[in-house]
Design a protein around this ligand. Sequence first.
Ligand code: URA
Length: 422
Amino acid sequence: FSAVDVIRAKRDGVVLTDDQIDWVVDAYTRGVVADEQMSALAMAIFLNGMRQTETSRWTNAMVRSGERLHLSVDRPTVDKHSTGGVGDKITLPLAPLVAACGAAVPQLSGRGLGHTGGTLDKLESVPGWRANLSTAEITRQLSEVGAVVCAATEGLAPADRKLYALRDVTGTVESVPLIASSIMSKKIAEGAEALVLDVKFGSGAFMKTLSDARTLAEALVGIGVAEGLKISALLTDMSVPLGRAVGNAVEVAESVEVLRGGGPADVVELTVALAREMLSLAGLPDVDPAKVLASGAAYETWARMISAQGGDPEAALPKASHVHVVEAPESGVLASLDAYAVGVAAWRLGAGRARKEDPVQAAAGVLCLVKPGEPVEAGQPLLELHTDTPDAVAGALAALEGQYAVADSAAERGPMVAETIR
Ligand code: URA
């Protein structure tokens, strides 16, 4: 094979053969195909797309570029993946809840980049908690606690790690086959038997429209089916931040409220909906996650999950040194609060990072004291901006300018879960 032949084929709209795909992914991982050649191929894929069969083979080749975990636990394994949103802390209550319901949840997660937060960044605000576990530690914790949320080990889908970094700097991230194969290669290598996808649409999501989210969900589910995974996708609304807290420690605190039986209704609703779907795929359709959540059993599993990774579930979470309050400009009903703007504000306050290697502030973030549809009085606190770097407040306020509105009434929002794809 020659890299140039593979590039020319995709450039000219030819469907790649299994052998071509296997060779190019392997040769790129080994450094035999150069970055500039893979950049050209990624751009040709971006422009000409891939058929579902090519995407599945591409994914499979990326899985084979590294190790594949074989989780031997005595309960069904099921994971969840979200395509990313604002205030999306759902993994935090969900993983212990599904474990408390009888399944095992191995969730190898990532860090945030840009306006969407990362689950590991959030959990690292818990004093003592560590993200890096060995494969042996992951398996032991899965058996003993039933839930593990940790960093992906280096050996999983190394082809994707290399390719994702390249796509990031070559304008080739926003391609459905490349996104779908990237996500699924990591999830398949992780070794869970079943996977529920939370594919988000709306201003705070990667995919801005329901129709684009559906296209991505169908590609993801298609790959999973080809790999023999039990898989389904929920298409969920991300036009407004999830819950009231957006950041790191503030999202952990909100998740603990949910695990203790309280918390915002939208976070509870989505957590329970995803738990039901996960339990159904895991062969436990008769367990009611809403009841288990109310019983306190999920909180107990959370505490054990945090302790097993060195964290102190009872420790006070970090608090920001500076809090700036944004007041409602007039009386009425909060009619809108744009998810993307709130995500950017939290990011600028220090909750997120601009480059992979940047640190994040544990205590930074935004509290949405009023959510769309709720009444407000003029001068009432609407948002709290939390940060340890007060100079960042101006940038956060600029991001929020014109992105929320008080009116006489608010439009009805659509349902949280718009569609399920199985
Ligand atoms: N998340 C991933 O893991 N890969 C992509 O390509 C996009 C989002």
